[in-house]
Design a protein around this ligand. Structure first.
Ligand SMILES: NC(=O)C1=CN([C@@H]2O[C@H](COP(=O)(O)OP(=O)(O)OC[C@H]3O[C@@H](n4cnc5c(N)ncnc54)[C@H](OP(=O)(O)O)[C@@H]3O)[C@@H](O)[C@H]2O)C=CC1
Ligand SMILES: CC(=O)N[C@@H](CCC(=O)OP(=O)(O)O)C(=O)O
Length: 307
C-alpha cells in the first residue's frame, strides 16, 4: 500500500520541486489542495491529520502553526522551513551528518537550510575528527541563486535585471547562524556573509581558513582525506579531488540533488578554502526533503533524486 504525502505550501518554490521528484512514484500517494483551498485552515487541518507524511514548505510562522494543527499521532512531519532546526525534539535531516537511523526513527524531521547544508557538510566532519578546533572563529561567505528566497525574491530578480550582486545579512543576524553553529558543533557563532546573484538556482558556500594559525595545524591534504573518508560511498555527497582554477555557477544550471565539496590549499599548506557547491533547491531543500522522506519510509534514500 502506498503512503500518503501532503505537501503544505505545494504552490511554492520548494513544494513544487518536491512534487516533481515524487511524480510517478507508486510508493507515495500525493495529496494536494486546489488553489482556492490551499490556504483554507479547515482543509489544511484535515489533510495534515489524514496524511502519513506531511512536508511543510511554508514560511516559519506558518510552519509552526501547521505543526500545532496536527492532532494525529500517526502523522510524521518534514519541515523545510527554519522553524525547528535547532529544536531538540526534532531530528536534523542531514542524513550524512546526523545519521540515517535517527531520521528513520523520527516523527519530526527538520530539513536543513541551503547555506547550512554547505557549511555543516564541510565543517562538521572536520571538527568531529579534531582537525579543526571547535572553538575557532569561523567565517563563511556564500552566494546563492535567487530562487533561494522563494517566490518573492524570484519576482524581484525577474523584475529587475539590473541587479548584478546582492550582499545581505549585513546585520550579522541571519536566521541560519544558530543552525550552522549547533550542527557544526561550534563554540562560537560563525560570521556568515551571504549574497545573491542573478541566476535562478545554485550556490557556492566557502569557509576560508588560516590553517597555520590553528593549534591542530592540519594540512589541506589531511582535511581532504578526512572529508573523503567521511563521505565515502555516499550517493549524494562527493569530495572532488581536482584543483580547479575557477568554479562557475551557471545561470542555466539544471536541478541536481548532489553536494560537491572541495578542500583547496595553498602551495605551502598554510591556508585553505573549503568550498561546497550545491543546488539550493536540490540538496539545499527539495532533494534533501525527498531523501529524508525515503529514509523515513524505509526506502532507497536516492529514489526520485537527481544525481
Ligand atoms: N527556496 C529555497 O531554496 C529554500 C527554501 N527553504 C524554506 O522552505 C520554505 C518554503 O520556501 P519557498 O518554497 O522558497 O517559499 P515560497 O514563497 O516560494 O513558497 C511558500 C508557499 O507557502 C504558501 N503559504 C504561505 N503561508 C501559507 C499558509 N498560512 N497556509 C498555506 N500556504 C501558505 C505561499 O503561498 P502563496 O503562493 O500564496 O504566496 C507559497 O506558495 C521556507 O521556510 C524557506 O525558508 C529552505 C531551503 C531552501
Ligand atoms: C537567497 C535567499 O534569500 N536565501 C534564503 C535562505 C534559503 C533557505 O535556506 O531557506 P531557509 O531560510 O528556510 O533555510 C535566505 O537567506 O533567507
Amino acid at each position: 500500500m502506498s503512503a500518503s504525502v501532503f505537501i503544505d505550501g505545494a504552490a511554492g518554490t520548494t513544494g513544487l520541486e518536491i512534487a516533481e521528484r515524487l511524480a510517478g512514484r507508486p510508493e507515495f500517494d500525493l495529496v494536494t489542495l486546489d488553489d482556492h483551498r490551499r490556504k483554507d485552515d479547515a482543509a489544511r487541518a484535515e489533510a495534515l491529520n489524514d496524511a502519513d507524511f506531511v512536508i511543510l514548505c511554508l514560511p516559519d510562522e506558518a510552519a509552526k502553526a501547521a505543526v500545532g494543527m496536527i492532532r494525529s499521532a500517526r502523522t510524521r512531519v518534514i519541515d523545510a522551513s527554519s522553524a525547528h532546526r535547532v529544536a531538540p525534539e526534532w531530528a536534523y535531516g542531514f542524513a550524512e551528518v546526523t545519521g540515517r537511523e535517527a531520521i528513520a526513527a523520527a516523527r519530526f524531521v527538520s530539513n536543513p537550510g541551503c547555506y547550512p547544508t554547505g557549511f555543516i557538510g564541510l565543517v562538521a566532519p572536520l571538527v568531529r575528527a579534531g582537525l579543526l578546533p571547535a572553538d575557532w572563529p569561523f567565517v563563511c561567505h556564500a552566494v546563492s541563486g535567487y530562487s533561494g528566497g522563494g517566490k518573492a525574491l524570484i519576482a524581484r530578480f525577474e523584475a529587475d535585471s539590473d541587479i548584478a550582486f546582492r550582499a545581505y545579512g549585513l546585520a550579522l543576524g541571519h536566521k541560519h547562524v544558530p543552525e550552522m553553529q549547533v550542527h557544526a558543533g561550534l563554540a562560537h557563532a560563525p560570521i556568515f556573509a551571504p549574497a545573491v546573484v542573478p541566476a535562478h538556482r545554485g550556490m557556492l558556500v566557502e569557509v576560508p581558513l588560516h590553517l597555520s594559525a590553528m593549534p591542530s595545524s592540519a594540512t589541506p591534504a589531511e582535511l581532504r582525506a578526512a572529508l573523503s573518508a567521511f563521505y565515502a560511498g555516499s550517493p549524494v555527497v562527493a569530495v572532488a579531488q581536482d584543483r580547479p582554477d575557477e568554479l562557475l555557477l551557471r545561470a542555466s544550471m539544471a536541478p541536481v540533488d548532489t553536494l560537491t565539496l572541495r578542500v583547496l590549499g595553498s602551495e605551502d599548506g598554510t591556508q585553505a578554502r573549503l568550498v561546497a557547491m550545491l543546488d539550493n533547491l536540490g540538496k539545499g531543500a527539495s532533494g534533501a526533503a525527498v531523501q529524508n522522506l525515503n529514509i523515513m519510509a524505509g526506502l532507497d534514500e536516492t529514489a526520485g533524486l537527481r544525481l
